[in-house]
Design a protein around this ligand. Sequence first.
Ligand SMILES: [Zn+2]
Length: 140
Amino acid sequence: MSILFHHPGAYFDGKKSICSHCGIELGNALLSETPCTVRTAYYIQIDLDYDRYGDLSGCLLFIDVYNLVPHLRAAVMNEDSMECFDLEIDPDCEDELNEAMLAAVSEQGSISTSGHYSLTKPLLSRVSVLIKKGKIKRRV
Ligand SMILES: [Zn+2]
């Protein structure tokens, strides 16, 4: 499992992108394994076997809040941006997962503020289990 932290802004020093808040060198899409001095969302990459989980292996998981609803989403890194995609949650566990996502969002901010939120530890373990059970899949 690895975690990538979002940094709120960057400038280009001629060779690399530097965070304008904490001064560290950033990778693609303003992400780094080092957290910023400003509190921001982070993206969790869980280790999954590619043969079994295909697109979900190596993707970054996060909560995307819009229209007052939390959505579990995933992203893959392209050369210089993140390509996001929707996840389909089995109706059996939709309510439970929604509640867990709402709890995670209120720990970090508010459902009335749209944007990306991170998966908290308990939510991440629940999501990992559900992915492994085939209850969360990439929406096609
Ligand atoms: Zn920073």
